[in-house]
Design a protein around this ligand. Structure first.
Ligand SMILES: Cc1cc2nc3c(=O)[nH]c(=O)nc-3n(C[C@H](O)[C@H](O)[C@H](O)COP(=O)(O)OP(=O)(O)OC[C@H]3O[C@@H](n4cnc5c(N)ncnc54)[C@H](O)[C@@H]3O)c2cc1C
Length: 429
């Protein structure tokens, strides 16, 4: 074996790549972990790691630097009405999320992977290296030629690995773009804001103000653009007006209502649609696989979960590793992502429908009645949710969502391109 031939090359040392590398290295694999950035590095994010992400860290025995636990979340509707979404402890996750800067979080995960034995490389995966018609590595912009039996694409939403291996159909992807800034103002609990820029015309996304671990606030706004990535700049343009809106809602002090300091934006690839997660010896994880929740934009837990699943599939033997990984992803995420990707696609160009839905869900009586089910459903927490009325509402939403979206173009894309879940359901699995 040449010194730069590995069992696995992991491109990208965000949460997906670091967890994949850590699990592979702990399992005895020789892993190269490549990232174009010098760590610690920042990443545009709301900085909230959800309950499933925290559970995964606990399962793997990974500790991260000090962070702030957050529980209940508030949703503010288009008319300013508020609904409190209660947090729940499930059978398979804790009752809270945690706020931590990505600079600290990602550096800690990468460090854990290196401590487990992954070999770090700095440089951009630049020129794909092939053997027998398949991708086996990359030459980096610094001249390293890294080859491996498996290539794991953990290089984020605009993945070079996905492009180089022809795993993305850009016309089908549900893109989003979000931008965040920090304010030097304390916030009690996470708040999500459904915003009408003019009456009955909802912004095609949502904004947030989350507590920061250092006593400040993380504020941002995200826009859904479907396949049109030019529309992503709309989030950046909307940020100042959104901060004014937060001020009018009483959520941001007068002194803070203009963005201060550096704001940072990033792409989200949502709902899995348009990306095939694996073929041959190439496996995509995290944002590269489009695993971001299409309703609320969470992706860190999915990134880490898919990193672990990809590593387990590779450690299970070279034969059929990609099939094992596709099945694991389909079973963990498809039931939810298929429904919510279709719902997202249907709503993103319909500002009146989003306004109506936002008003309905935050209407007096309605919001309170559905709040528990809303928490469970849109945070993808149904599997492992505690029994009770909230779980029943979330199950009913899932069932109705399934019926309402099963004939959409997005559903058909999944049947054709990721048939594993439909087969499992037909087999009663
Ligand atoms: C503004 C915003 C707010 C968000 N808020 C939240 C939130 O609060 N909670 C949540 O759970 N999710 C949130 N998300 C989503 C979340 O950030 C992602 O889902 C998560 O970062 C995915 O992790 P990843 O490891 O797949 O990719 P990334 O974290 O994007 O990591 C990819 C890594 O690959 C490296 N890379 C890229 N290209 C190359 C290359 N060619 N060669 C070498 N290295 C490369 C990058 O430097 C990077 O380190 C938010 C996203 C945005 C944009």
């Amino acid at each position: 074996m040449s010194p730069s031939r590995f069992d696995a090359l992991v491109v990208g040392a965000g949460p997906a790549g670091s967890i994949a590398s850590l699990v592979l290295a702990r399992g005895g694999a020789r892993v190269a972990l490549l990232d174009k950035a010098t760590f610690p590095r920042d990443k545009a994010c709301g900085d909230l790691v959800g309950p499933r992400g925290l559970q995964l860290l606990a399962d793997l025995g990974i500790t991260v630097p000090s962070s702030l636990d957050v529980g209940d979340m508030v949703v503010v509707g288009p008319t300013g009405r508020r609904v409190m979404l209660p947090s729940f402890e499930g059978r398979t996750y804790p009752d809270h999320a945690t706020a931590i800067t990505r600079t600290a979080f990602d550096a800690a995960l990468r460090e854990a992977a290196i401590n487990a034995g992954a070999v770090p490389f700095e440089g951009r995966a630049h020129e794909p290296l092939g053997e027998d018609g398949g991708l086996v590595g990359f030459r980096t912009d610094r001249g390293d030629a890294l080859r491996a039996d498996f290539v794991i694409g953990a290089d984020g939403a605009t993945s070079q690995v996905a492009d180089a291996s022809g795993l993305v159909d850009g016309t089908r992807v549900l893109w989003g773009f979000a931008v965040r800034t920090y304010l030097d103002q304390p916030v009690d609990r996470p708040v999500i804001v459904i915003w009408e820029r003019s009456r009955w015309r909802a912004f095609p996304g949502y904004g947030w103000i989350f507590p920061g671990p250092d006593g400040g606030a993380n504020v941002g706004i995200g826009i859904g653009t479907r396949a049109d990535r030019r529309a992503g700049a709309g989030a950046v343009r909307a940020l100042p007006d959104f901060l004014e809106h937060l001020h009018r809602l009483g959520l941001v002090d007068a002194v803070h209502r203009r963005p201060v300091g550096r704001h940072l934006g990033g792409w989200l690839k949502m709902g899995m649609v348009g990306t095939s997660p694996a073929r041959g010896r190439v496996l995509l994880v995290g944002d590269a696989a489009g695993l971001v929740n299409p309703l609320q934009g969470e992706g860190i837990a999915h990134a880490m979960g898919s990193g672990r699943a990809a590593a387990a599939a590779v450690l299970g033997g070279a034969d059929r590793a990609s099939e094992r990984y596709r099945r694991a992803l389909a079973s963990a995420h498809l039931p939810y992502q298929r429904i919510t990707a279709a719902a997202h696609a249907a709503l993103v160009d319909r500002p009146r429908a989003v306004a109506a839905l936002g008003r309905l869900l935050t209407a007096p009586g309605v919001g309170k009645a559905v709040a528990g089910g809303w928490t469970i459903f849109w945070n993808e927490l149904l599997e492992g949710a505690p029994p009770g009325s909230a779980r029943a509402i979330a199950s009913a939403s899932s069932l109705l969502g399934n019926m309402g979206t099963s004939r959409t173009a997005i559903s058909r894309w999944f049947v054709t391109n990721l048939p594993e879940e439909s087969q499992r359901r037909e087999a009663g699995g």
